[in-house]
Write a protein that binds this ligand. Structure first.
Ligand code: ATP
Ligand code: MG
Length: 430
């Protein structure tokens, strides 16, 4: 999901890159193309952008066709996958065919392979293929695996071939290929960019606000993405790094103005002025105060805990989460008063509050978070419809509560409720 405003009038000075992904598993639904995503994220801050992408099945002809299709559209072509030792790994043969250069054994790569397989001569015989590269190619050692990558000139384009294993692709692109492109002068100026994350602002409102600020947008790329109620805006200059301009406000200056104006306009809805995720932001805020948190979740079934535990280093702040689903658990495990459940119902603000207090008290945490709601599809009533969720955050004696109604199916309600719970917590400790 997301929108991007193209600006045809403005030339784009970023390095155009095409990507050819290979692999039957990417075409039959067994695997998602995460290398494309990683490439886009690594290239953008380096001053490059992906202009074309195509996926080919594991077949010499198909990969060669894809390379011929992509090559004229970019100055750098990244080919991912098919460098391993198995029968379906035919990328080097395809590149060799397009470049009309025979495959030759690269001595240092063979030595590296042999070092990785000190006792297995039979294996080396199989793996030996991985030391083959088209004659004249620049060879990139693989810091994370066995198959080397390589690059060679295909007419006006550098064709860079990398292993498909995501960890290896990532390591080679970030640690070897990007520095190499820099050294070759292909990535001269990194793009100037700023990002912002919001919670509780509809994408259309955020998008509209950008127009209403009255800041000229030419030469800027404005990318909006929305995921589970979190809107992220990335403002990128097409002109490169900030520099003094004689022609009035240059793109980088306008990005800073836009960034400032959006922060002012959306105030408390701004999760992060650096584009960090909600969970990272909450983790940083807790860390800054040196506070610990415990969570009691009912309808979210552990999703709040999953979000928090996705942040490296959260162990300093996160004590525990209880999935307290039944009334009995709420009463026994968290000390929610049975009378409160009888009087207000399990989905109610008083119960959410008692859950938050109970979570903090039983875990000995500085902060407690309680979530209780109706995820659906059944269980709704006219007073308490499906999608109704009650939240409470307790922080050292202070309490904040919220009631929200989410649309969508069971999973969407659960995901959104988890995000909203974290956002309530964020607002309380910011
Ligand atoms: P190997 O030596 O493991 O065979 P390789 O360079 O030949 O590496 P592939 O065979 O294409 O690469 O893929 C290896 C693994 O990496 C597979 O599990 C594959 O699903 C995964 N993979 C390949 N390409 C991509 C991609 N574009 N995005 C995500 N995963 C990928
Ligand atoms: Mg393979």
């Amino acid at each position: 999901m997301g929108t991007c405003r193209p600006d045809a009038a403005m030339p784009d000075s970023r390095l155009p890159v095409a990507v050819v992904a290979t692999g039957n598993e990417l075409l039959d639904g067994r695997a998602a193309d995460t290398n494309l995503v990683r490439a886009a994220r690594l290239l953008a801050p380096a001053g490059a952008r992906i202009v074309f992408h195509v996926t080919a099945r594991d077949d010499i002809g198909a990969i060669a066709d894809a390379i011929r299709l992509a090559r004229p559209r970019a100055r750098v072509l990244i080919v991912s996958g098919g460098l391993g030792p198995t029968r379906d790994d035919v990328t080097r043969e395809a590149v060799s065919a397009v470049a009309r250069r025979p495959l030759v054994e690269h001595g240092p790569s063979l030595v590296r392979l042999a070092r990785r397989l000190p006792r297995a001569t039979a294996q080396l015989a199989i793996q030996r293929r991985q030391a083959l590269v088209p004659r004249g190619a620049v060879v990139f050692p693989n810091p994370a695996g066995s198959a080397a990558g390589f690059a060679l000139r295909l007419q006006g384009c550098w064709c860079v071939v990398l292993p498909g294993v995501p960890r290896e692709f990532d390591a080679m692109l970030s640690r070897v290929v990007l520095p190499w492109l820099h050294r070759r002068g292909l990535l001269r100026r990194p793009a100037f960019a700023r990002a912002l994350t919001f919670c509780g602002v509809p994408e259309s409102v955020a998008d509209d606000a950008i127009d209403r600020l009255g800041i000229p947008l030419h030469g800027l790329e404005i990318a909006l993405t929305v995921h589970e109620g979190i809107v992220k805006i990335v403002l990128t200059s097409r002109e490169g790094e900030a520099r003094p301009s004689t022609r009035g406000r240059d793109a980088a200056q306008r990005i800073l103005e836009l960034h400032r104006a959006l922060r002012r306009r959306f105030g408390e809805f701004v999760v992060s002025a650096e584009g960090r995720s909600l969970e990272e932001t909450v983790a940083r805020l807790l860390g800054r105060r040196g506070w610990t948190v415990a969570v009691a979740e009912s309808c979210t079934g552990g999703r709040v805990a999953r979000l928090l535990t996705s942040v490296p280093g959260i162990s300093a702040s996160f004590l525990e989460a209880v999935v307290s689903y039944s009334n009995r658990s709420k009463i026994r495990r968290l000390g929610v008063p049975a009378a409160s459940i009888r009087r207000h119902g399990a989905v109610s603000v008083p119960v959410a509050e008692a859950m938050a207090r109970g979570a903090a008290r039983t875990a000995g945490a500085d902060v407690g978070l309680g979530v209780t709601g109706i995820a659906g599809p059944g269980g709704g009533t006219p007073e308490k419809p499906v999608g109704l969720v009650c939240f409470a955050a307790w922080a050292r004696g202070r309490v904040e509560t919220a009631v929200r109604r989410f649309r969508g199916d069971r999973m969407e309600v659960q995901e959104r409720a988890a995000v909203a719970a974290l956002d309530l917590l964020r607002r309380m400790i910011v």
